[in-house]
Design a protein around this ligand. Structure first.
Ligand code: ZN
Length: 182
């Protein structure tokens, strides 16, 4: 495995639309290696999600989560999301995208902002074995999945902020919002 270089805001790869992975190629060694490297990179930088365009690969793949867990229980945990790799994700909003929460991004280091998202979503796509998956996500996993899927369409979290008033550096976030979760 390898730790990959993370593209930062301003790199055109973050603004391009990523291409679907043909389902028959999901188990190809190159795709499996990319997924392994994305997990390692996400953990190295203490992220909770990482999309392929963030490591300069224009493919519709993201990884997310913070702990080992069975694929069946991926979705409703609020603060300890199990590891998940999703390929060609398709999201359906089950609630209006109005639920505000803090987001950061490995491609926009040391910045946080309040972003409205759907509190509940339907997620369809493929897992890393190439099997179709379909599940409902709520809470933090729903937020992370929306953030990462946006990356596949060249969208960054700031694009989703109706106002930039809450935009905060991490140092000031810790200083002035000690009641918030990290
Ligand atoms: Zn991000």
């Amino acid at each position: 495995m390898a730790i990959l270089k993370v593209a930062r805001m301003g790199h055109p790869v973050l603004r391009a639309k990523a291409l679907p992975v043909p389902p028959g190629q999901i188990q190809a060694p190159s795709v499996q290696r990319l997924i392994n490297d994305m997990f390692e990179t996400m953990r190295e930088y203490s992220g909770i999600g990482l999309a392929a365009p963030q490591v300069h690969e224009g493919l519709r793949i993201f990884v997310a989560g913070v702990r080992e867990g069975a694929p069946g229980d991926v979705v409703n945990e609020d603060d300890d999301m199990p590891f998940l790799a999703l390929i060609n994700p398709e999201l359906t909003f089950l609630t209006e995208p109005t639920h505000e929460g803090w987001e950061g991004c490995l491609s926009i280091p040391d910045v946080r902002g309040l972003v409205p998202r759907a509190a509940e979503i339907r997620v369809q796509g493929f897992d890393r074995e190439g099997r179709r998956v379909s599940f409902t996500a709520t809470g933090l996993p729903a937020r992370v999945i929306q953030h990462e899927t946006d990356h596949l369409d060249g969208v960054l979290f700031m694009d989703r902020m109706p106002t930039l008033h809450s935009l905060t550096f991490m140092e000031e976030y810790r200083r002035f919002r000690p009641e918030e979760d990290e």
